[in-house]
Ligand binder design. Structure first.
Ligand code: SF4
Length: 350
């Protein structure tokens, strides 16, 4: 038996350890065994028993001393459009949600959470109502990748689940270094940073930090509106990160990083869809290499603004908004309404 007598350590989750850490952890198992186990972990294996090229005795010994993950999937919901939302119960009993979005064809995108709850309080977002509970650790971010990976391979990642990622940048950096460092990509190779997008509510210090220190991933900003006073009410982060400062940070970012930035505009009926908002948005986009991603707001029961329930925009309202932006020469895309059936769409997590 390769190692049965030898562990002197308490039960530890193995997923999320680097190959070197895993090799150390599993000593005196030989390095080639650790490598086999690492490969299984990177595929999102669900149990030690699924590691079919590992002997039964070793699997049994692993099972006794280690767990695969520190989190468990406590709920899994599938939408007719192919979206799958999972709720993860973390070691301390808190929960987060992660989503596998599908375009109905081949392309799948993983949506990852970086905080339990969120302190930002955007009025149109369910997570914002929970308030901030704690940051998600690097290991817990990696585990979201692996849990989703066990459901289906995905080619793109968006860090826009629960929480403000740029307020948990150290853990995010550590996790992304791991997933882009090898093993977890579609074909078993490294996951390309080019296929990872981080979305911020507009934390200017975080944007500059990202520009200076990487990682070199794609950046999206949840702008919603370029009307400063309205944005202050919809996204309180604006009070400490006003739009002129945000624009400055984006210009700085773009001097260092050639990637096009996405400005996300969640459209709320009769609130941020008028001609004035088109003009202000086009003005904000000037001088930046950006594409505006228009997202008709995904309904969340109970969310209100200035005393009235928020409503999703009408189809014509969205079309007019897009057409007016395009006439001003702005690059515009529209996001699919994916995952609504399982409350897994943008702004519905929590
Ligand atoms: S939209 Fe993003 S930043 Fe705003 S409250 Fe929701 S999770 Fe937080």
């Amino acid at each position: 038996m390769e190692f049965a007598h030898c562990f002197n350590i308490k039960k530890t989750a193995l997923a999320g350890l680097s190959l070197e850490e895993l090799t150390d952890m599993l000593k005196p198992l030989p390095a080639f065994r650790a490598k086999q186990i690492f490969r299984w972990l990177m595929r999102g294996v669900r149990s030690f028993n699924d590691m079919t090229d590992i002997s039964f005795a070793v699997r049994e010994a692993l099972e006794k001393r280690f767990s695969l993950y520190s989190s468990v999937i406590s709920q899994r919901l599938s939408d007719n459009d192919g979206t799958v939302k999972i709720q993860l119960a973390l070691e301390d009993g808190r929960t987060i949600e992660s989503v596998l979005l599908s375009d109905g064809k081949e392309r799948k995108t993983a949506c990852i959470s970086t905080q339990v709850g969120c302190a930002m309080g955007c009025v149109f977002c369910k997570t914002g109502r929970i308030g901030f509970k704690r940051n998600v650790s690097a290991g817990e971010i990696i585990e979201q990748f692996l849990h989703l990976r066990s459901i289906a391979a995905f080619s793109n990642v968006v860090i826009m689940g629960m929480g403000e990622p740029l307020l948990n940048l150290p853990a995010l950096r550590e996790a992304l270094a791991f997933v882009s460092g090898g093993g977890i990509g579609v074909a078993g190779g490294a996951f390309s940073k080019r296929r990872i997008t981080v979305s911020t509510g507009g934390i200017t210090a975080g944007i500059c930090d990202l520009a200076d220190n990487g990682p070199d991933i794609r950046l999206a900003v949840s702008l919603t509106t370029a009307d400063e006073s309205l944005r202050e009410k919809l996204m309180p982060v604006t009070k400490t990160n006003p739009l002129p400062l945000l624009k400055k940070a984006l210009l700085y970012y773009q001097r260092k990083n050639l990637n096009r930035i996405t400005l996300e505009a969640a459209l709320l009926r009769n609130i941020n869809t008028s001609r004035k908002h088109v003009d202000l948005l086009a003005e904000f986009a000037q001088g930046l290499d950006v594409a505006v991603n228009v997202i008709p707001w995904n309904p969340v029961a109970g969310l209100r603004f200035e005393g009235a329930p928020l409503q999703e925009p009408e189809k014509a309202e969205v079309e007019q908004f897009i057409a007016a932006l395009q006439r001003k020469g702005v690059n515009v895309t529209a996001r699919f309404k994916k995952g609504r059936g399982v409350a897994g769409a943008c702004g519905q997590l929590g």
